[in-house]
Ligand binder design. Structure first.
Ligand code: ATP
Ligand code: MG
Length: 248
């Protein structure tokens, strides 16, 4: 099982949109896929019309190191795509992880308990940086970071990179891509050109498109309700490049 965490310290950059759409494409290819909605906002759960709620919350899951996880996994309307829903108690996850002895080890054990059942685990992370993100950085194979090509958004990419370097984590496990791109904006164009030169970002990006916004009214991934749309094509190209770059 490959674990991919959609992460950015910054909010509203397209993490959930990326998570839901990439996971859907992986399932469409015939892979067994689980999305773990770790955000107390529960947006990924909302997109799949799955009620939030995990028996005993994630605190209990962590304490049990994985047993009991099975009871909380829900099917979605799509074959081979499953969801571990959000739980409102997830808002305390930083505290829970801080208080849990060997939390990183337990998080890894929790993910390992899914081994064999799923080909991919996509984690939809809440914005921010704290004990939870650190545990995810340690446990995930790849941290996929959507970033809007603006100065403040790019700064958070640099911050994630610096955090990895300072904590002896392999920065090659961070894969960034541009999200909500508006090529009519000079700043977006200049930022794209600058970062492409450094080869730090995937070449394929997700433009600012109303089809992506419409996920909220269709309650579905774009490739499910608009399979031949430009937005669906962009996510397909991104998924293809991500797989090629990481070998997943
Ligand atoms: N490529 C896009 N084009 C247009 N709108 C988008 C795009 N990607 C995301 N959005 C919209 O922007 C908003 C934020 O997106 P999303 O929820 O994916 O971000 P997020 O990083 O997960 O946010 P949060 O930090 O709150 O979890 C949503 O309303 C979503 O529909
Ligand atoms: Mg989100």
């Amino acid at each position: 099982m490959t674990t991919v965490a959609l992460y950015n310290i910054k909010g509203g950059v397209g993490k959930t949109a990326g998570c839901v759409n990439l996971a859907y494409l992986a399932a469409e290819e015939g892979k067994n896929v689980l999305i773990w909605d770790l955000d107390p906002q529960g947006s990924a759960s909302f997109y799949f019309s799955v009620e939030p709620g995990i028996k005993g919350g994630v605190r209990k899951l962590l304490a049990q190191e994985g047993s009991g996880l099975e009871n909380s996994i829900r099917p979605t309307a799509y074959e081979q795509l499953y969801l571990l829903p959000a739980d409102f108690s997830n808002r305390y996850l930083d505290v829970v992880i801080e208080e849990t002895k060997q939390a990183k080890k337990k998080m890894k054990a929790l993910l390992a308990s899914l081994q064999g059942r799923f080909d991919y685990l996509f984690i939809d992370c809440p914005p921010g940086i704290g004990p939870l993100s650190e545990a995810i950085f340690a446990a995930a194979d790849f941290v996929v970071l959507p970033s809007i090509p603006t100065t403040l958004s790019i700064r958070t990419y640099e911050m994630a990179l610096a955090f990895f370097e300072e904590n002896n984590l392999d920065p090659a496990r961070i894969v960034a891509y541009f999200s909500m791109v508006d090529i009519r904006k000079n700043l977006h164009n200049e930022t794209l050109a600058k970062y492409y030169k450094n080869k730090q970002f995937l070449r394929n990006y997700i433009p600012y498109l109303s089809t992506v916004e419409k996920m909220g009214s269709h309650l579905a991934p774009v490739a499910a309700f608009a399979p031949s749309s430009y937005a669906a094509q962009c996510y397909r190209d991104l998924w293809k490049e991500l797989k090629k770059k990481t070998g997943i």
